[in-house]
Design a protein. Structure first.
Length: 179
């Protein structure tokens, strides 16, 4: 692409009344703030049904639009903003849980609850192979595997629900194009 042509396409992009590309220099701070809010919300009763994650995804669109008022955020763009907010929010959530566990010396309580759940599951399943597998989950390695799986599942839920929230937010708050 010739230099003159690149400048022409850039000026056309920035001079357009509504931009339709994500400016990540503005999008990352917006998604980080939305991710932080989602992580905090997930430690409240709003954690049920992923509502905190949906709110975080929607807020990523709202915060992005505040930073770039001329942005025409499509549902696809909103989903991308929400997913980034979900990745950041999931990381913040994991960090907050880890810090809380260390500060409140809650590791033994968490481990005890996990073993209690494994025992309840074992009591409902008479299969000897299942009993053997469930015994593994009582070991230190099994507890770490359970927690790691739960953390990965939580991160995936953050990405999916926040992306959905971003798409919904973009659809709800989309600018109407003028003829």
């Amino acid at each position: 692409m010739a230099p003159d042509r690149a400048v022409t396409s850039l000026s056309a992009y920035f001079d357009s009344p509504l931009t339709t590309r994500i400016e990540w220099s503005q999008g990352l701070p917006a998604t980080a703030l939305a991710g932080l809010i989602a992580a905090v919300l997930m430690m409240t009763p709003l954690a049920g049904f992923g509502l905190g994650m949906l709110i975080g995804g929607t807020l990523s669109v709202v915060f992005y639009r505040r930073r770039i008022p001329v942005a025409n955020v499509t549902p696809g763009m909103g989903a991308r903003l929400g997913m980034v907010s979900g990745i950041l929010g999931g990381g913040i959530f994991a960090a907050l849980l880890s810090i809380g566990t260390v500060l409140f010396h809650a590791w033994d309580t968490i481990r005890g609850k996990l073993i209690e759940v494994v025992d309840q599951t074992a009591a409902r399943n008479p299969d000897p192979q299942a009993q053997q597998a469930l015994e593994f989950f009582k070991s230190p390695e099994g507890v770490v595997l359970l927690l790691t799986s739960a953390l990965i599942g939580t991160l995936l839920a953050f990405v999916i629900f926040s992306g959905l929230g971003g798409a919904i937010g973009a659809a709800l708050f989309r600018r109407k194009e003028r003829p």
